[in-house]
Design a protein around this ligand. Structure first.
Ligand code: ACO
Length: 335
């Protein structure tokens, strides 16, 4: 590759990949476990089925498969990868899972680390990786979003267990002096509203010896106030996207595709309406995968690229939102 000129570094989107487990859990299957129905789930969320990791599957092997497909699409030599960021809230090892993906890929020249921001994780990781590239520190980065929420869902809680599934996606980005396809971004968090959606530490107190207590490791299942999360998403996502459009002199009419975090079809429809983006431009695959947390955005982008929907130079507006609370938006041009 040519030497990079620091004052004019842009980002190029070179490849995408995704992976979902084979096991399918349908709405009918769930209705055998909790008091719900296909009709209720479908009409309130748009979800019909979701994928559940099989024995031995985890974010490392899901993320690896997604990353490999993205590297192949980008036609990259493995040794040329400088940076791997894994966005996940469900690491296979709390000390970090990204280095295990690096090892599986044999990406010996890359530094790899995890980043946690729930369903905003992929977007936050994409922004983070782009900053390393724009500063001239690294040239090639893999951004992976992977989650295995099936391990943390309370399968007896009908208000939340219907929503989530497992999966991974990855995007390969590269620094270039030719153009900049990472047009703009914004990110926000509000910890004061954090109690609306948690995967909390379980606070079990134990003793090491007399008078020295400690908190035993472990996590409680997902706790969610669905209505508050819903209200948050339909309010904040149009605001952050509209503000971003204004800041970079774009309008929603310039957008070819709206790729939102795949949480609920009603959220997608409501945000689309508020932004005046027609339904045909709003990509959705949550019917088949549910909410795969950090996986949804790259999974959706990869599927749309491989189905010839997203093409070179298409403008994509994207937004991730979820626990934290956290949310963010980005405008990119594919290619
Ligand atoms: N089947 C049947 N009935 C149900 C179910 C179910 N699966 N779940 C709830 N109900 C019942 C409730 O008990 C309630 O009954 P009641 O009126 O007798 O008390 C009734 O249905 C309505 O419940 P609501 O909670 O008001 O249902 P709502 O229309 O808000 O839909 C949902 C619930 C789908 C969870 C919605 O609020 C939602 O999608 N919220 C956003 C959640 C989300 O996206 N979370 C992930 C964010 S991303 C991340 O970071 C992980």
């Amino acid at each position: 590759m040519e030497a990079i000129k620091l004052n004019q570094i842009g980002i190029s989107f070179k490849g995408s990949g995704s992976y979902v487990p084979n096991q399918i859990l349908t709405n009918q299957n769930i209705s055998k476990k909790v008091d719900t129905s296909d009709e209720w789930i479908k009409s309130r969320t748009g979800i019909s089925e979701r994928r559940i990791s099989g024995i031995g599957e985890n974010v490392v092997n899901m993320g690896y498969e997604a990353a490999l497909a993205a590297i192949e699409m980008a036609s990259w030599d493995i040794d040329s990868i400088d940076l791997i960021i894994l966005a996940t809230s469900t690491p296979h090892d709390l000390f970090g899972s990204a280095p295990s993906i690096q090892a599986k890929l044999a990406a010996h020249n890359a530094v790899a680390f995890d980043l946690t921001a729930a369903c905003s994780g992929f977007l936050f990781a994409l922004v983070t990786a782009s900053q390393f590239l724009k500063m001239g520190s690294y040239k090639r980065a893999l951004v992976i979003g992977a989650d295995q929420l099936s391990s943390y869902v309370d399968w007896n809680d009908r208000r939340s267990c219907i929503l989530f599934g497992d999966g991974a996606g990855a995007i390969a980005i590269e620094a270039t002096n030719e153009f900049n396809n990472f047009i703009g971004f914004d990110m926000k968090t509000d910890g004061e509203r954090g109690s609306f959606l948690n995967l909390p530490f379980n606070n079990n107190i134990d003793s090491i010896i007399n008078n020295i207590d400690f908190m035993n490791g472990g996590f409680s299942p997902i706790q969610m106030n669905g209505q508050e999360v819903y209200k948050f998403a339909v309010k904040e996502v149009p605001i952050i996207l509209n503000n971003l459009f204004k800041k970079i002199n774009y309008s929603s009419e310039d957008v070819d595709w709206l790729v939102l975090h795949q949480a609920n079809q009603r959220i997608l429809d409501s945000v689309g309406e508020r932004l005046k983006i027609p339904k045909e431009k709003i990509l959705s695959n949550l019917e088949y995968y549910g909410n795969t947390s950090a996986g949804t955005i790259p999974l959706m982008i990869d599927e749309a690229i491989r189905n010839n929907k997203i093409k070179q130079n298409d403008i994509i507006a994207t937004s991730g939102f979820g626990a934290g609370l956290s949310w963010g938006a980005a405008l990119i041009k594919w290619g």
